[in-house]
Ligand binder design. Structure first.
Ligand code: DAH
Length: 340
């Protein structure tokens, strides 16, 4: 029996020497000391022995068990330390290594332009409001006094979702939403995306950006419109900028006008930017039509207002001398990076 015990002990020693992982060590523990382990089974075979033999064998087994346990404990310590070292090595971070360079982004020219325009109007006391891009025909056309046969309603100009819903063709419906929600005095601007069924080319895009403006208060006249928009032009294009208002037509304003600014490139002498005329058309504007004010239940005897709308792409392209509107939507970093 003692021989067998020695043999088991030697085998335990040998395999423990070879073990390199926690799992291998644990397997050996089970093989030796587990319920069906080798040392445990020896004890089970004692039942046919004499009391003396039992005693001697019991002591031998217990001694062997103690030895194996000690060897196991040492091995466990060893493989656990090793495992920890391997894990630490794998997770090691060299804090002295130089960091990855993060490229600083730049603002899109349209963002720059919209922010600049917004800032000018905010400084004049306007607040910024937003409206939905998916609009009702009511807000986009009906409430803006566009007659049932107005050409802009045509399927070839407007993206319809269904009979009553469309992608807004202008930011002007935000005027209607503001009038329905707020009481005068009103002073708001509303930048946003608009949509038209246009085939893209150098000057057309089916999606572009407008900035709408609306002022309603007691005693607002065309003089206020001209004063505010002239001041805006000087702040955006430079102090020496002159403005000129030409009569025009919009269904939601009466009278209506377009505002030109003296060319900020040549000062009015005539150049490539102003196509030789010295003037550049910048926006549409006018006194809010009473029919529009009435939609918001506003007393047209007491209140009057003016509105304006300008294209962000147009302003950006003029300012930065960009000759193709499509450049704005291609996300070409070589283009965008120029507007830091
Ligand atoms: N909504 C017009 C357009 O898309 C632009 C415009 C003109 C807006 C005159 C206005 C305005 O508020 O008064 O062509």
């Amino acid at each position: 029996m003692q021989e067998k015990l020695n043999e088991i002990l030697n085998r335990a020693k040998e395999s423990l020497e070879k073990a390199t992982s926690i799992q291998e060590t644990e397997d050996i523990r089970i093989q030796m000391l587990g319920k069906k382990g080798e040392l445990t089974s020896i004890l089970k075979s004692m039942k046919d022995l004499s009391p003396e033999e039992k005693k001697a064998l019991g002591m031998g087994v217990n001694k062997a068990k103690a030895e194996v346990e000690e060897m196991l404990q040492k091995k466990f310590e060893e493989v656990k330390t090793k495992a920890r070292a391997v894990k630490l090595q794998a997770e090691k971070i060299d804090v002295t290594e130089p960091g990855k360079e993060v490229e600083l982004g730049s603002k899109h020219p349209l963002t720059v332009t919209i922010e600049e325009i917004t800032k000018v109007f905010k400084n004049m006391g306007f607040s910024v409001v937003e409206g939905p891009e998916i609009e009702t025909v009511f807000h986009n056309f009906d409430a803006l006094n566009a007659g049932p046969n107005h050409p802009a309603r045509d399927m070839t100009d407007t993206f319809y979702v269904n009979e009553d819903i469309l992608l807004r063709t202008q930011t002007s419906p935000v005027q209607v939403r503001t009038l329905l929600k707020e009481e005068p005095p009103i002073r708001v601007i509303s930048p946003g995306r608009v949509f038209r069924c246009d085939t893209p080319d150098a000057t057309h895009s089916p999606v572009f950006h407008q900035i709408e403006g609306l002022v309603v208060d007691e005693g607002i006249t065309m003089a206020d419109l001209k004063g505010v928009l002239d001041s805006f032009a000087k702040q955006l294009f430079g102090e020496n900028t002159r403005t000129k208002f030409r009569p025009h037509h919009f269904p939601f304003t009466e009278p209506s006008a377009e505002m030109d600014v003296s060319c900020f490139k040549c000062g009015g002498k005539g150049c490539r930017v102003c196509k030789g005329s010295g003037w550049i058309e910048i926006l549409g504007c006018g006194m809010v039509h009473p029919n529009v004010l009435k939609v918001g239940d506003i007393d047209t005897e007491k209140y009057t207002g003016f509105a304006f709308g300008l294209g962000a792409e147009r302003v950006a392209m003029l300012k930065y001398e960009i000759d193709d509107i499509r450049l704005n939507y291609e996300n070409d970093m070589r283009y965008i990076k120029q507007f830091k």
